[in-house]
Design a protein around this ligand. Structure first.
Ligand SMILES: Nc1ncnc2c1ncn2[C@@H]1O[C@H](COP(=O)(O)OP(=O)(O)OP(=O)(O)O)[C@@H](O)[C@H]1O
Length: 348
């Protein structure tokens, strides 16, 4: 029987996936929470007392652990923050409708207000309809782009300007790997940041679980007996992300520190601005083809720093003149003769 490497008193029950340390359950829960508190303090995630902050709540393990830990830490360390659960209903039958029931229970369990915003209401399309139209290849792109904006819009309705997501170290490392393999250094730099803010938008996003391993999040949820929804999305992840995930899991098996090492590498690779591109054409409409012309021009001239501004159509955060959500809705509606971009209905 190993004594706990931290308290030296109780029997070690858990081998920490992050570093192999053998510790007892109480010390694991304590060290897991303490590390997230340290991340919050070191990165000044809650600089303003009295702030209302939205937690992107999917009902899955990550955002459920995030909500639970934040409630604990807010009470323990008195951050003075009010948390609100914000859920996006993508319109995926047999998946999101079930997980939203979990979020409704979490709202009661954690005593947090819950707000739900749907793709159908925002974009005129549920994900089930998008998949019917575009098929299973590439549908994750629509979902990811729509969700990002839907969270912004949901928060704005609540008069909240700070959104937290449950992205963990594995998620961040996976995205860094994907961007590295694509040679997309500007995006790589942005995805490695823990807090993203912009001078042209009031919305801030933070990832308090950025240094928490997925395996430890599962362990924490298990030992705290949290109520979360564990089914995978019925539309499996796009092939490239799936491959990056498998690669990461293989690396983790032979070297558990790989996940944090990749996150640290991403942080070191934060791209440095090399000045504006000369020939970038302006994008005047939501036509995604024009945006791809812009991309090609950038490829010829070398990468540029991706700066965050506002979409000319809908006014929400965008690194392009026309945001990706507007471009995607445009492409979905175009063949239905609905050229009016629905997202313009709610300007910022
Ligand atoms: N439908 C949703 N509504 C609100 N927030 C969401 C939704 N889907 C994802 N998010 C936010 O984005 C984060 C990352 O989402 P992702 O799809 O990678 O899921 P995940 O890693 O399985 O996380 P979770 O376990 O919380 O579902 C989530 O932790 C959550 O904060």
């Amino acid at each position: 029987m190993h004594p706990c490497a931290i308290c030296q008193r109780s029997r070690a029950q858990i081998v920490r996936p992050k570093n192999g340390q053998k510790i007892c359950k109480a010390c694991f829960l304590d060290v897991f929470e303490s590390e997230i508190h340290t991340t919050i303090i070191e990165n000044d995630i809650f600089p303003t007392r009295g702030e209302r902050v939205a937690i992107g709540a999917s009902g899955g393990k990550d955002s459920t652990v995030l909500a639970s830990v934040l409630k604990t830490l807010n009470e323990r360390y008195d951050y003075g923050v009010e948390f609100v659960l914000l859920s996006i209903d993508e319109g995926i039958h047999g998946y999101r409708d079930d997980s939203l029931e979990t979020v409704k229970r979490n709202a009661v369990q954690y005593g947090m207000e819950l707000s739900i915003v749907g793709y159908e209401e925002l974009y005129g399309w549920t994900m089930d309809q998008v998949v019917d139209k575009v098929g299973r290849k590439g549908n994750c792109t629509y979902c990811g782009v729509f969700r990002r904006q839907a969270l912004d819009r949901g928060a704005k309705r609540l008069e909240i300007s700070h959104i937290l997501t449950g992205h963990n170290a594995d998620d961040v490392a996976e995205t860094i790997l994907m961007n590295f393999l694509r040679g997309d250094l500007p995006r790589l730099g942005r995805c490695a940041e823990i807090v993203t803010a912009s001078s042209t938008s009031t919305m801030k996003r933070s990832k308090p679980l950025k240094y928490a391993y997925e395996k430890e999040i599962v362990l924490y949820a298990h030992h705290r007996q949290l109520d979360y929804f564990s089914t995978e999305c019925v539309y499996s992840p796009e092939a490239f992300r799936g491959s990056a995930r498998s690669l990461l899991k293989e690396l983790e098996k032979v070297r558990p520190s790989s996940i944090l090492d990749i996150v640290r590498s991403g942080e070191q690779l934060l791209y440095k601005d090399i000045g504006p591109s000369k020939k970038t054409p302006s994008v005047a409409s939501g036509d995604p083809n024009q945006q791809s012309t812009r991309k090609q021009t950038q490829k010829q001239e070398g990468p540029r720093l991706q700066t965050v501004g506002s979409c000319k159509h809908c006014g929400y955060m965008s690194s392009q003149p026309i945001c990706k959500a507007c471009a995607l809705v445009y492409s979905l509606n175009k063949s239905n003769a609905l050229v009016e971009v629905l997202v313009t209905e709610e300007p910022s």
